[in-house]
Design a protein around this ligand. Structure first.
Ligand SMILES: [Zn+2]
Length: 129
């Protein structure tokens, strides 16, 4: 079964932000015009994590989140990428960058709501059709 993970709303913007950051990081570190295979694999991992994020559309930024859903290795890579690309986002992607900064000021959320993840919503919808 192959499924395309479509992320919209906040999750879609979050994914756009991560993609842009990975793009900047890969360009400067791996010198490729397109994402190298490692960076593509990381981005795909991030997409699946977003899809399963228990907060769904109410998702906080990852560094504020009390749920640690990344495995240690991709988590470390995510940190490295954000640290590098975060400050370099403002010029090429001002709107995504500012949105992300504003989100980071929001207080950390409490327990995630039940059944809010994009994945759950998607499966529910598939069942109803
Ligand atoms: Zn790369």
């Amino acid at each position: 079964m192959s499924e395309t993970l479509l992320l919209d709303g906040n999750l879609g913007r979050e994914f756009a932000t991560i993609s842009a950051m990975v793009g900047i990081y890969c360009r400067d570190h791996h010198g490729s015009k397109q994402l190298c295979s490692d960076c593509s694999a990381f981005l795909e991992y991030a997409r699946v994590r977003l899809d399963r994020c228990p907060y769904g559309q109410e998702k906080p930024t990852c560094n504020k989140c009390p749920v640690h859903c990344y495995k240690p290795e991709p988590r470390e890579l995510a940190r490295t990428i954000m640290r590098y690309a975060g400050p370099r986002m403002l010029l090429p992607h001002p709107i995504l960058a500012i949105r992300h900064l504003l989100l980071e000021r929001k207080p950390a959320p409490g327990k995630p709501p039940k059944d809010a993840s994009n994945r759950h919503q998607r499966l529910q919808q598939a069942k109803a059709e």
